[in-house]
Design a binder for this molecule. Structure first.
Ligand code: KG4
Ligand code: ZN
Length: 362
């Protein structure tokens, strides 16, 4: 019988968590002990997906099915532990591609059942936020965090270990989405962000870009105008038979897209009176963002905790890290756990406790 919570000790100082992630095109597994990463394995179908210019859900699901057992085995072996040492199994249950998520969720459930180990349901976005805790033993709320991924862009106030307040968010496209769409216009391959970054290295910020919501719109963002401006610029040049520098467009776009993120994050930190800033999500792997945010934080005496680049983009160590937060809160899933394709940002940031409190109030 599956009954893993009988002997679980949520006060254990450094639990060993196995994290499993399969929400998009990366099959990943990692093991952490406390906040220390013991292993971190990824098998990606990105090169196959690149041929199609984006992620094809069916291909992603099949690739996960092929890879997952081996990736998890490798994570456990390379961590130098055995399955018996694992205190809990944390898995991404949403948001993401449904078929892809189901592979990770089903595998994690089967493993938890077979080993009679606690199962933890991790929200992918909360995983991105928890990446800052990895290898960062002293980080604790309150802090302000920038979330910039392919699906979300927001400035958040972390009140406690598990409670976030949305200070502002994108009104239309996410920052990563804008990088991906602009990359396509420039004929750069999927995934767009790193390719724009590479292309921008040879360019100058000389192409006029629309005013972002800088100094306005509170802590909200809007990326659709920026994307349209780039599309119009390239099409107009092409219609006139004039050439243009892809590198200059990439550099100008990157600067416009990133400067507003940095400005608003630092403003929010100053307003909230926190001394620590963190960031997470694929766009936080961008070198221009990392150096600009560091310079802005230094200017105002704010401590910046940035996850290493590889823990900004999708990985399983961040899922294990959020699993650790949930482990300490005693939030465990059971065998009814299933995958969820979409979870609104506000619901993502609610805790089990705050949901229970709201229910009790109602
Ligand atoms: O967080 P992530 O790996 O996946 C989710 O959306 O959850 O983020 C992927 C996004 C993509 O839009 C990708 O183009 C962008 O992050 N990205 C970058 C960089 N690396 C990934 N954007 C700008 N510069 C990068 N170096
Ligand atoms: Zn992600």
């Amino acid at each position: 019988m599956y009954n893993p919570l009988q002997n679980v000790d949520t006060t254990k100082s450094e639990p060993i968590i196995l994290g499993i992630e399969s929400s998009c095109d990366e099959t990943a597994a990692a093991v952490i002990r406390g906040r220390k990463i013991l292993s971190d394995e990824i098998a990606s179908s990105a090169t196959v997906q690149a041929q199609f210019g984006g992620v094809v859900p069916e291909i992603a699901s099949r690739a996960h099915t092929d890879a997952i057992a081996e990736v998890v085995e490798r994570a456990v072996k390379n961590a130098g532990i055995t399955y018996a040492d694992v205190d809990a199994i944390a898995v991404t249950y949403g948001a993401g591609l449904l078929g892809a998520l189901l592979v990770g969720v089903s595998f994690a459930k089967a493993l938890a059942y077979a080993l009679n180990k606690p199962l933890i349901a991790v929200n992918h976005i909360r995983g991105h936020l928890a990446a800052a805790y990895l290898d960062s033993p002293t980080l604790k709320p309150p802090f302000v965090t920038l979330l910039a991924s392919g699906g979300h862009t927001a400035v958040l106030y972390a009140k406690s270990d598990a409670e976030f307040e949305i200070l502002g968010a994108t009104l239309d496209d996410a920052a990563g989405e804008a990088f991906d769409k602009v990359a396509r216009v420039l004929g750069l391959k999927y995934p767009g962000g790193p390719n724009i970054e590479r292309c921008a290295q040879d360019g100058k910020d000389t192409v006029p870009m629309p005013k972002m919501l800088k100094g306005g719109g509170g802590y909200n963002f809007s990326y659709s105008g920026l994307k349209t401006a780039v599309i119009n610029y390239c099409h107009t040049k092409a219609q006139k038979g004039e050439g243009f520098s892809k590198a200059d467009v990439a550099a100008s776009f990157q600067k416009a897209a990133v400067d507003v993120l940095v400005e608003k994050t630092v403003e929010a930190a100053l307003e909230k009176g926190v001394s620590v800033v963190t960031a997470g999500g694929g766009v936080a792997a961008n070198t221009y963002l990392r150096t600009s945010l560091k310079a802005a934080c230094d200017k105002y005496n704010l401590t910046l905790i940035l996850p290493e680049k590889r823990y900004c983009t999708d990985n399983a160590a961040m899922i294990a890290s959020e699993g650790l937060v949930q482990f300490k809160l005693g939030n465990f899933a059971d065998m009814t756990l299933t995958a969820k394709a979409s979870i609104p940002l506000a619901a993502t940031l609610e805790t089990v406790q705050s949901r229970a409190a709201k229910k009790a109030e109602a």
